[in-house]
Design a protein around this ligand. Structure first.
Ligand code: G3I
Length: 647
């Protein structure tokens, strides 16, 4: 009963494989097949943690996530702070995004994490014992229950990091309020919510045999003897090349396996100090190889999850300033020696081949048809051959490939006006196998040229997820009444240079410089190429890189001949809690501050420093607050304050 989800997935995969292999041509995987192909051949999973923002916004991120891994864990999206920020108010957008991605790519999801002392909202931490136990049980029932009938979600970290380094129970608000009984209660609640999910206890610094791992061993042994449903133990494995490799890892995994539990590596990364050198890369690669080999050597080890895959989005530099480069791909998505080490450890030389093509996609539906383009979307394929769904090719009626896509939609452009197009799609997997042709669809482009009406002006962009090299913008959408339809948006910097385009009312800016103020605005564009007026602009400042710090984003709310209001100026804290903040910005000459709120402003020359008010200086990790101000300026002047920097 317990592993029903695992069994049903495997059975479905086999059924599909035998049904499809008889009718379709297949291309063998090459010797350097993706990690997931080799892992599947060894009976293990190879997984990655996924972050929701790059998953939504970066094609390169999605491509690697789906082609290389057959297991995923939400890096943050299933944590309490994300799923139940307020009592009984649940949000599953990020969690669903990850589960849907995994489903589309034939990956299993490990739920992370239900009961943890970190990333749990304040309202939980301050409850009485009775109410805290109720809140915990409700949370588990709701979050686990949501995915209980979903075969993609196969396991959960039920409790996370409950030990101190010396093996005593961690002095967390859970333990201090409820005693250690919360652990058994949590497992029982999770089993009740999903009898088929594998339930894990997870921790760090338990890779070798030491006081902490022995305490874990004793607890698991004791809980199982009391029939508490602990099925699995997760070894996070946040390793660093500055410390020796835990050479007793395999022995430690085996002693847990001997208790009858599944074991798994849940959050592997190997950080290095300072900058990369080939010697450090080689040491790191050895650590990765050793971990994979230890899991391969222990039958009960289900697989290895790496805590992300690109150094671009690793948690390490934020937590350990001066350390990083912990993953398999560099910031530009190039494979590192660590990738080769994991690959070669998984590759036993038998050259596994994925010969099973994906299922046939649904017939494409055409929408947003203009004189020169159209959008297509179709029901997604699934892939069971091991290499995973890689994307889709779009063909015209003569069989010429006219577009590719990594999602189940595509935008066609450069079409001729008043012309009928017949198109169909085929899915492709990581080994290059192509599905059968979908049913085709015929649509006719519009007559073109008669639309001279520009779309309405988009709303002021809001900047979020600001890092040292990028930011996400979103704005209220435009509408188009000219007939050719809204085609998308262009994003411009203050010099009028187009820096991004988007087909939706949001865009991701990348490749920005650290600690730099950017002023940007957007214009909507229709299918005939008409551009709207400029939106109002927003100014935001990229962070200083790996040191944490804070970020600031300022929105010009309104302006008139003689002045303007900037509101809100959003100050977002980095990863360390702070008790004060200060923002500087520059006023053009002749401008004077005439009012402000939620901050104390001082002016020196053209530089304004805004410091927190008495009541809004305390900002927890990732928390934000806002302030605003009003400026008078010469009536002929249209410039505004700029250069917002978080000091
Ligand atoms: O979402 C906010 C964003 O709105 C804000 O602008 C930004 C400003 O700093 O913060 C964002 O939240 C951050 C969140 O990651 C998402 O990026 C939090 O500040 C940050 O604290 C959080 O860090 C996560 C950390 O757990 C929290 O303790 C890391 O991404 C995540 O990798 C890390 O993962 C943990 C495992 O869950 C458990 N084991 C250890 C592991 C590493 O610490």
């Amino acid at each position: 009963m317990r592993s029903l989800k695992w069994r049903s997935v495997a059975a479905a995969a086999l059924a599909l494989a035998s049904a499809a292999a008889t009718v379709l041509v297949a291309t063998p995987a090459s010797a350097d097949a993706a990690l997931r192909v080799h892992a599947q051949a060894r009976g293990k999973f190879i997984g990655t943690a996924l972050a929701t923002s790059p998953l939504a916004n970066e094609t390169a991120y999605r491509n690697i996530a789906q082609s290389e891994f057959n297991q995923v864990t939400a890096e943050n999206a299933m944590k309490w702070s994300d799923t139940e920020p307020n009592d009984n108010q649940y949000t599953f957008s990020g969690a669903d995004q990850i589960v849907n991605f995994a489903t589309a790519n034939n990956q299993q999801v490990h739920g992370h994490t239900l009961v943890w002392h970190s990333q749990t909202p304040g309202w939980v931490q301050n409850l009485s014992a009775t109410n805290m136990r109720t809140a915990m049980n409700d949370h588990i029932a709701t979050v686990v229950g949501r995915y209980a009938s979903n075969p993609t979600v196969v396991s959960w970290d039920v409790v996370n990091e409950v030990f101190e380094e010396n093996g005593s129970f961690r002095s967390s608000f859970w333990y201090n309020t409820l005693g250690s009984s919360f652990i058994a209660d949590a497992f029982r609640a999770a089993r009740a919510a999903d009898p088929d999910a594998r339930l894990c206890i997870n921790d760090y610094n338990v890779e070798g045999i030491n006081a902490k791992s022995t305490a874990m061993y004793n607890l698991v042994s004791q809980l199982r003897s009391q029939n508490v449903p602990v099925d699995c133990v997760g070894f996070q494995s946040h390793l660093s090349t500055q410390y020796g490799f835990p050479n007793d890892l395999q022995q430690n995994l085996q002693r847990f396996a001997n208790l009858g539990v599944q074991v798994r590596i849940t959050e592997l990364d190997v950080r290095i100090q300072g900058s990369r050198t080939s010697a450090k890369d080689a040491t790191q690669a050895t650590y990765y190889r050793n971990v994979v080999n230890a899991c391969l050597a222990v039958t009960a080890c289900a697989g290895v999850t790496i805590w992300g895959f690109t150094d671009k989005y690793s948690w390490v530099p934020d937590t350990f300033p001066g350390e990083g480069f912990a993953l398999l791909y560099d910031n530009n998505y190039s494979q590192k020696p660590s990738y080769t080490a994991v690959h070669d450890a998984l590759d036993d030389g038998t050259n596994p081949t994925d010969t099973t093509p994906p299922t046939t996609p649904g017939a494409p539906t055409a929408s947003g048809i203009t004189s020169s383009g159209a959008s297509l979307s179709w029901t997604a394929s699934t892939d069971s051959g091991g290499s995973g769904l890689a994307g889709y090719n779009v063909y015209n009626s003569s069989g010429t490939q006219i577009a590719t896509s990594t999602t189940n939609s595509a935008t066609l452009s450069g079409l001729s006006a008043s012309t009928a197009y017949t198109v169909y799609v085929r899915a492709r997997d990581g080994a290059g196998n192509l599905s059968s042709n979908s049913t085709s669809t015929t649509f006719t482009t519009t007559g073109g040229s008669s639309d001279t009406t520009a779309p309405t002006t988009p709303g002021t962009p809001a900047a979020s997820s600001i890092t040292s090299s990028g930011a996400t913008l979103s704005w209220t959408a435009s509408t188009d009444s000219g007939g050719s339809g809204l085609a998308g948006y262009n994003v411009y910097n203050s010099g009028g240079t187009q820096i991004a385009t988007s087909t939706t009312n949001s865009a991701t800016l990348t490749g920005l410089s650290a600690s730099t103020a950017y002023t940007v605005y957007v214009r909507a564009r229709d299918g005939a190429g008409n551009l709207s007026s400029n939106s109002a602009s927003v100014t935001f400042t990229t962070t200083g890189g790996s040191t944490g710090g804070c970020t600031v984003a300022a929105t010009l709310q309104t302006q008139w001949g003689g002045g303007y209001v900037v509101q809100p100026v959003t100050v977002t804290n980095g990863s360390s809690a702070r008790t004060s903040w200060a923002i500087t910005f520059t006023l053009p000459s002749g401008h004077t501050i005439v009012g402000s709120w939620n901050a104390v402003l001082t002016v020196s020359g053209n530089t304004v420093t805004a410091r927190n008010a008495a009541y809004n200086g305390n900002l927890g990790s990732g928390a934000s607050t806002t302030f605003g101000f009003q400026v008078a300026r010469p009536s002929s002047d249209t410039s505004t304050a700029s250069g917002y920097t978080c000091a």
